[in-house]
Design a protein around this ligand. Structure first.
Ligand code: SF4
Length: 353
C-alpha cells in the first residue's frame, strides 16, 4: 500500500495537481511555437496519446506571442517553459495555464518578482524547475551540482515566492542521473507541502530513458512522492506518454488499462507467443478499464495464472483455451485465439461480461 505525501492541490488549467488528484502525465512539444500549425498538431497528438498537460518551449518573443493562437486551438492545459528571458514569461502569462521557469538562469530576483506578479494577476501556478546543470552560481559554488545544491535552490526560491504571498507552486528537481534525482526529491519532500513534478532529465533514447525513469520515478512513486511526471525521451512524443502511463500502472499507483501477464517462453513452447502478445498489446492499447489478463505459452503455469486473470489464453500445440474469470469459454485453433481473447477483453471493458 502506497501512502502519498499530503500535498497542496493546485490547478493547471482544469487539471488538478497534488492532494488527492490522480498523478498526471506531461510532455513537451519540439516545435517552435511560432509555427502554430505544427505545434497544435503535436499537442493534439499528445492529447490523443493520453497526455494530461503539455509544455512548450518559448525561446523568443515571436514564440511567446504565438501562444494565444495555439491556446485557442487546443484542449490540454498549456505550460510555458521559460529560460533566461523573464519578459517572455510576462507575455505568456497572459495566455497559459502555468509558467515554468528555471531559477538558475532567470537572473535578478526583481525579474522573478515580476513573473510572480503576472501569475498572481491571472491566478495561474508556477513551477520552480530546478536543474542540476544550471543552478544559481551561489548554490553551485557551495554544493556543486549535487542533490543538496538542487534542494538549496528550490528552498530558496520557494521562500522567495512565499514571501511575495505566492503559494500556487509546484517543484521539480531534475538531474540526468537517477541517484541525484531521487536523492534531491527525497531530501526536499519532508520540508514543504507543494506538489512535485517528477522527472529524470535528458534521459536518452527510449530504451535508456525508460529504464532510468522506471527506476527513478518508480522509486519515488513507491515512496509516495510525486504528483505529476514527465518522462524525458530523445524520441517520438507518444513514447513519453506511453512510458509515463506504464510507470504509473506498473508501480501500482494508477489503475488503468491492461496488466498483461505473459510468460518468457521456454523449450516447452509450441506456439508463436511473441507475436500473439504483441498483437494483444497493440489491439488493447486503447482500453482504459483496469483488467488483468494473461497470455501463457503452455499449461504449466497458464491455468494457475488464468485463475487470477479477467481474461486469459493458455496455448497448447496448434490450439488453446480462452478463459474468462478462470472458466474456459472456448477451445480454438491457434490462429483464432487472439481474436476471441480480444473480443472477450472488449466485452469486459464495456462492462458486458
Ligand atoms: S508457461 Fe510454459 S512455455 Fe511459458 S515459460 Fe512457462 S513452461 Fe515455458
Amino acid at each position: 500500500m502506497i501512502t502519498r505525501y499530503p500535498t497542496k492541490k493546485i490547478y493547471v488549467g482544469k487539471v488538478p495537481v497534488g492532494g488527492d488528484a490522480p498523478i498526471s502525465v506531461q510532455s513537451m512539444t519540439y516545435t517552435r511555437t511560432s509555427d502554430v500549425a505544427a505545434t497544435v498538431e503535436q499537442i493534439n497528438r499528445l492529447h490523443f496519446a493520453g497526455c494530461d498537460i503539455v509544455r512548450v518551449a518559448v525561446p523568443d518573443e515571436e514564440d511567446a506571442h504565438a501562444l494565444k493562437a495555439i491556446k485557442a486551438q487546443i484542449a490540454l492545459p498549456l505550460v510555458a517553459d521559460i529560460h533566461f528571458n523573464y519578459r517572455l514569461a510576462l507575455i505568456t502569462a497572459e495566455t497559459v495555464d502555468c509558467i515554468r521557469f528555471n531559477p538558475g538562469n532567470i537572473g535578478e530576483k526583481s525579474r522573478i518578482k515580476e513573473i510572480v506578479r503576472a501569475c498572481q494577476e491571472r491566478n495561474i501556478p508556477i513551477r520552480i524547475g530546478v536543474n542540476a546543470g544550471s543552478l544559481e552560481k551561489e548554490f553551485e559554488q557551495r554544493y556543486g551540482q549535487s542533490a543538496e545544491g538542487m534542494v538549496a535552490s528550490a528552498e530558496y526560491n520557494i521562500k522567495f515566492l512565499e514571501d511575495l504571498g505566492f503559494t500556487d507552486i509546484k517543484v521539480s528537481l531534475k538531474a540526468s542521473d537517477v541517484q541525484r534525482t531521487v536523492s534531491a526529491y527525497r531530501l526536499l519532500r519532508p520540508k514543504n507541502h507543494y506538489p512535485f513534478h517528477l522527472g529524470v532529465t535528458e534521459a536518452g533514447t527510449v530504451f535508456h530513458a525508460t529504464i532510468k525513469s522506471a527506476i527513478g520515478l518508480g522509486t519515488l512513486l513507491l515512496e509516495g512522492i510525486g504528483d505529476t511526471l514527465r518522462v524525458s525521451i530523445t524520441g517520438e512524443l507518444e513514447e513519453e506518454i506511453r512510458v509515463g502511463r506504464a510507470i504509473l500502472k506498473d508501480s501500482g499507483v494508477a489503475k488503468e488499462g491492461l496488466n498483461i501477464i505473459s510468460c518468457p517462453t521456454c523449450g516447452r513452447i509450441e506456439a508463436d507467443l511473441v507475436s500473439a502478445v504483441a498483437q494483444v498489446e497493440a489491439r488493447t492499447r486503447h482500453i482504459k478499464k483496469p483488467l488483468d489478463v494473461s497470455v501463457m505459452g503452455c499449461v504449466v503455469n497458464a491455468i494457475g495464472e488464468a485463475k487470477h486473470a479477467d481474461v486469459a489464453i493458455a496455448y497448447g500445440k496448434g490450439s488453446g483455451l480462452v478463459m474468462v474469470k478462470g472458466e474456459v469459454v472456448a477451445r480454438l485453433d491457434e490462429d483464432q485465439l487472439v481474436d476471441r481473447f480480444v473480443s472477450e477483453v472488449e466485452k469486459m471493458a464495456q462492462g458486458e461480461e
